[in-house]
Design a protein around this ligand. Structure first.
Ligand SMILES: [Zn+2]
Length: 445
């Protein structure tokens, strides 16, 4: 392994990380110049203070949506796209340590944000500084961009892109090594249609998960039960209700899950005729690629569309379902939406946009990906792992010519968003060495 990072540098980085972890920065009520709450604003100020102490030029958006820290010269900008917000601690009793006090235990750094994304943010901040201290000259300015609501709606990055200069190329250290060069487009929407006087349903779930349960307590239960049986769908009876059983997975893996809401709706369609939303789902079937309605939608880079229907509400006024689409990177978004509009029209249904994130796609053969992959292999000796595609989302997709690169090793246990989030100290060191090698290869002529 290369040796750009000294014990001392890593120690200083860990110290800085403890300052950042001590700012509980999950989304809370807005305050003046703190659109996502005072905790996130405090973390933003703290990371800028740390950067300032290291010699970076810093800037904070007066409204508090983002900040950045810059070092070096040149017209071109190499971006490191990070975020200072975290998810809440969750079940506090499940934690062995205080989630907002960085604690070294069993060779690891425990604390909320140690993996996602405070640890990687600090690790890269100190890595760049270490290279400059070793006398290297970069051919681009290096800019750390600190986003503030990555865990919610990405409004901080939207503001950044509205107000600030773009970057020439960059990385988001907010995933796993080696690298993600394609992330599918992410569209969340509603399908809205006529209501029904016969049946009422209020099955609401998160957009981004396949629902694992669906309750039915309405009329004609015996018939509905018989329909479930006939389809071979698993269910239980609880407190006078039918509870259809599925298998919940993340929406990006929807075809691997079993959607309990769809199963219930398919059974209901046998019992209640003439309800357009049920007719639609009957034709949609259980295929979470949308193939039965839209035909096969895929590309060679990122595979097939995933189409998750996560909720179903039917009342006298309307029917409504939430859909989560992960769109292959080379499929035209607007064409796809038009196809959906056309295909749901015969069911008397309308399409409503909720949120859209554009895809990320940086060709695998290009300089950025090959250089990063080479550095990764050089430092780790891992020459078999390949750059990947993902249905998930990192900030890399908010900037042109950017990929997700690290900071978790393939062998690092994934604790993101979980209790006892921790980053092994030796894995942090390897990550810093990979970043050092990669940035040297990219930025030093
Ligand atoms: Zn993250």
């Amino acid at each position: 392994m290369q040796n750009y990072i000294s014990d001392d540098v890593q120690k200083q980085a860990i110290q800085a990380l403890s300052r950042l972890v001590a700012k509980p920065s999950y989304n809370t009520e807005a305050a003046p110049n703190a659109p996502f709450g005072e905790g996130i604003r405090a973390a933003l100020d703290e990371v800028l203070k740390i950067a300032d102490e290291l010699g970076y030029q810093t800037y904070v958006d007066p409204e508090g949506y983002y900040g950045y820290a810059e070092i070096g010269e040149g017209a071109e900008i190499f971006g490191l796209i990070c975020h200072v917000d975290v998810v809440p601690a969750g079940d506090i009793d499940a934690w062995k340590t205080n989630p907002f006090e960085l604690t070294q235990k069993d060779g690891s750094l425990y604390g909320r944000g140690s993996q996602d994304d405070k640890g990687p943010t600090i690790a890269t901040l100190f890595t760049i500084k270490a290279l400059l201290d070793q006398g290297m000259h970069f051919n681009k300015r290096v800019r750390f961009i600190f986003g503030t609501d990555e865990e919610i709606l990405w409004r901080g990055m939207a503001k950044y892109n509205e107000k600030e200069a773009g970057i020439t190329m960059g990385i988001a250290p907010d995933a796993e090594f080696p690298l993600v060069y394609a992330e599918k487009g992410l569209q969340q929407s509603y399908l809205v249609g006529p209501g029904s006087d016969e049946i009422e349903l209020d099955l609401v779930n998160a957009f981004n998960a396949v629902p694992g349960l669906a309750n039915y307590g309405g009329p004609k239960q015996a018939e509905v039960e018989a329909a479930l049986k006939q389809h071979g769908f698993a269910y239980e009876k609880q407190d006078g209700q039918l509870v259809v059983q599925g298998n919940s997975v993340h929406a990006m893996h929807a075809p691997e899950g079993t959607n309990a809401v769809l199963r219930l709706a398919i059974a209901l369609a046998d019992v209640f005729s003439g309800v357009p939303a049920l007719e639609f789902i009957k034709q949609f079937g259980e295929d979470a690629t949308g193939e039965n309605i839209l035909g096969v939608i895929k590309d060679d880079v990122s595979g097939q569309l995933t189409f998750n229907i996560s909720s179903l509400q039917i009342n006298a006024k309307e029917s409504r379902m939430q859909i989560d689409l992960r769109i292959p990177v080379q499929v035209d978004h607007d064409d796809l939406i038009q196809t959906i509009v056309d295909k749901v029209a015969p069911f008397d249904m309308k399409y409503e946009n909720f949120d859209y994130l554009e895809p990320l796609y940086v060709p695998k053969e290009g300089e950025l990906v090959t250089t990063l992959m080479q550095a990764y292999a050089e430092v780790t000796g891992d020459t078999t792992s390949q750059p990947g595609i993902s249905g998930g989302a990192t900030f890399a997709r908010t900037m042109k010519n950017s990929v997700a690169f690290g900071a978790m090793l393939t062998t690092t246990p994934d604790f993101m968003h979980q209790a006892n989030e921790n980053w092994p100290i030796k894995d942090m060191r390897v990550a810093m060495e990979i970043y050092a090698q990669a940035l040297k290869n990219l930025l030093v002529d």
